[in-house]
Each structure stands twice: as structure tokens, then as C-alpha cells.
Ligand binder design. Structure first.
Ligand code: MRU
Length: 373
């Protein structure tokens, strides 16, 4: 296995950016190789997202915005009317949003960026001002994401410790898929909660599921945990219920790709099974995500579009890149995500605090939480 450049102690970064240059760590090659790809425009950004060079809801949004920032920078010297620049940006952002449908972060970021640019053009400013506004707003997303993740980590550690005070050796927290530095700009959401517990000396072990079929858990989360020297064990997805039945899981914390207004949560396929077994065994089950992952326009999980990916991810090893492992001709259903009903979720840990259910309600009143925060 080739170590990351710089060896132990180097910060794990999925996204490297400076004005005019974007590099994405090719996550398809982890943990064997650490190779960064140069992304020069929206077309290359779209392909990197669709092909899983970069993945994870927050990282997808940031990578898309910065891919377009690099393309914008290449247009210098800027000329033309402000409204023409807005039309160009809208065209490129709509295209980028089409790369993966389930995670709301990318669509939400595109709308925000476009609104900022539209406001500049509406004042009568020219293309130069619109493009500058775009660059500044896209670049702010990196730092804002780290701050958001650290807030999630702090709120989440507190919530988990309240739900189950740490025994002598600390908590044993199970997580699914990859929600860490590789899925964000740094630190992570659900993995950020685990990181925060570890920093406070309150984590006995992180338990990561392998996350079939794409193996984000075994290839990426296990790699991050080992890289950052956080005590961890890897389990097969099919072992998680058994581990819970043995009393060896104190809490489950997962990320989210889109949370509906009632709290129903779309996340990596297998999340729903974990929530069912956690509910059955009385294990607290938390979702951790920025508040912006909540899509209040989506009333319940039934309205969430679930991406279906290539059959090859199941019929072949290494996410479809390796050896054939299933018989030729077999039919395949390969949804990338599932929806966990709010009823099974103990709380939603956001960067603005933890959302809980009122009284005996089966759902979350998220619009009221947003109004208060
Ligand atoms: O298909 P992926 O790897 O993009 O799926 C990622 C997940 O489901 C994550 O749990 C989610 O995006 C949250 S990442 C902070």
C-alpha cells in the first residue's frame, strides 16, 4: 500500500484548492494509492462526481462549486454584461447538479451561489463583478464546511454522552459509509462526532461497517480511522445486528444525503437496516449533518429520488473495477441510498444543535427548529 504523500500526520484532504487550481483525491484508488486528479472545468467536475472520484454529500457540493470556479478563473479577462455571466453560471451549475440526484447539498449550493450572483447582476454590475462574486462565494464553502463539521462534532459528542454516559473505557460507536474528511472539506459529520468523542478521551472504539457494495466503510472510513490513529474495528454489514444484540454498540451515528421536513433520512444503502436493528435493541440512532442537508421542500422520504448505480458495482469487485464475482446474466438492483423513517431516528445532530422529537411524535418538527435557530 502506498502511503499518503508526506506520510503519517499529513492531513487527509479530498479537495485541494487554490485560485485557478482544483485537485481531487481519487477515492476509487484508496486505500492502495493516493493520486490527485486536476479538475479544470465543470465537465471534468461532473465526471469526477459521477464516477466517484469524489463522493459524500458535502464534498460533492464543494467540488462542483470549485470545478466551476476554476473554469471561471480561466475566462479572465472578464468581459460582458452581468446577466450574461449569470446565464453562463446557471447553465454550468444546472449541469453539475445533474451529476448525482440524491444528495441535496449540491442543488442547495448551486441555488445559493446563483442567488448571490443574480443579486450582483440585478444591481446593474458587469460580468467581472458577477464572476468575482462567484469565486468568493465558492471559495468560502471550504472554510464554512469545516466550521459546520466541528459544530456537529461538538453537539454530537454531547448528545451521545447524554444518551449513554461513557463507562470506564468510553463509548463504542458504530458508523456506516464514509462521512469523514474524505466526504467533506475536512473533519467530517458522523465521523466528526466520533472524532470529537475521541479528542475528549470518551471513545473506546469506532465500529465501521464495510458498506457493501461500494465499500466506502472498509476502503475509506477504515483508512481514515487508521490514518488518524482512532481505535477502530471493521465489521461486515451483516454483522452489525449481531454486534448490537451482544450489547457491544453504545450508539449508531450516520450521515445524510437528504433529510425531509419530517426527518425521514436518505443515506447510504444499509442505513435503514442498521436503524431497524438499533431500534430493536434499544441502541440510540443518530443522524449527523449540516442543517443545509435538510430539504424542507421535501415533505417525507417518499418524495426523495434514490440514485441507482451500475450493476457492475455488485457483479464485480472493487466497486465494479475488479474481478467478476457474480454469474453472467443475473439481474441486479443497486440503489446507492435508502430512506430511514424518522420514527427510527433518536435525534438529528446539526451544526445548529440537536433536533429531537416532541412528546410521543414519530416525526421531527424541523421547520419549527429552523425557525428557532
Ligand atoms: O455514494 P456516496 O459515497 O456519495 O454516499 C455517501 C453517503 O451516503 C454519506 O453518508 C453522506 O453523503 C454523508 S457524507 C458527510
Amino acid at each position: 500500500m502506498v502511503p499518503l504523500e508526506g506520510g503519517a500526520g499529513e492531513q487527509l484532504l479530498a479537495i485541494r484548492y487554490r485560485r485557478g487550481s482544483l485537485q481531487l483525491l481519487d477515492q476509487r484508488k484508496l486505500p492502495y494509492e493516493s493520486i490527485y486528479s486536476d479538475i479544470k472545468d465543470a465537465v471534468a467536475g461532473w465526471a469526477a462526481i459521477s464516477d466517484m472520484v469524489v463522493r459524500g454529500a458535502p464534498a460533492i457540493a464543494i467540488a462542483a462549486a470549485l470545478a466551476l470556479a476554476v473554469e471561471v478563473e480561466s475566462l479572465k479577462p472578464f468581459s460582458g454584461a452581468g446577466l450574461e455571466a449569470v446565464a453562463f453560471l446557471k447553465n454550468r451549475l444546472d449541469y453539475l447538479v445533474s451529476s448525482r440526484p440524491t444528495a441535496v447539498n449540491l442543488a442547495e449550493a448551486a441555488t445559493n451561489l446563483l442567488n448571490i450572483c443574480q443579486a450582483v447582476a440585478d444591481k446593474g454590475d458587469d460580468a467581472e463583478a458577477v464572476y468575482q462574486a462567484y469565486l468568493e462565494a465558492a471559495e468560502k464553502m471550504l472554510a464554512a464546511d469545516v466550521a459546520s463539521n466541528k459544530a456537529i462534532g461538538a453537539y454530537g459528542a454531547e448528545a451521545l454522552l447524554q444518551a449513554k454516559p461513557a463507562s470506564g473505557n468510553g463509548m463504542r460507536v458504530l458508523t456506516h459509509c464514509n462521512t469523514g474528511s474524505l466526504a467533506t472539506s475536512q473533519y467530517g459529520t458522523a465521523l466528526g462526532v466520533i472524532r470529537a468523542l475521541h479528542a475528549q478521551g470518551k471513545l473506546e472504539t469506532a465500529i465501521c461497517t464495510e458498506t457493501r457494495p461500494y465499500n466506502q466503510g472498509s476502503r475509506l472510513t477504515a483508512f481514515e480511522l487508521v490514518h488518524d490513529k482512532i481505535p477502530a474495528i471493521l465489521v461486515a454489514d451483516s454483522a452489525a445486528a449481531s454486534l448490537q444484540s451482544l450489547g457491544r454498540v453504545d450508539a449508531v451515528v450516520v450521515g445524510a444525503d437528504r433529510i425531509a421536513a419530517n426527518g425521514d433520512t436518505a443515506n447510504k444503502i444499509g442505513t435503514y437496516s442498521l436503524a431497524l436493528s438499533a431500534f430493536h435493541h434499544g441502541v440510540p440512532f443518530y443522524v449527523a449533518s449540516p442543517l443545509t442537508t435538510i430539504d424542507t421542500a421535501t415533505k417525507s422520504g417518499k418524495e426523495i429520488i434514490i440514485e441507482e448505480r451500475s450493476p457492475k458495482e455488485l457483479t464485480h469487485s472493487h466497486g465494479g473495477q475488479g474481478t467478476q464475482i457474480a454469474a453472467d446474466g443475473v439481474g441486479v438492483w443497486n440503489p446507492a441510498f435508502d430512506v430511514t423513517p424518522a420514527r427510527l431516528i433518536t435525534g438529528i445532530i446539526t451544526d445548529q444543535g440537536v433536533i429531537t422529537k416532541e412528546g410521543n411524535s414519530d416525526v421531527f418538527d424541523i421547520p419549527s427548529f429552523i425557525a428557532r435557530s
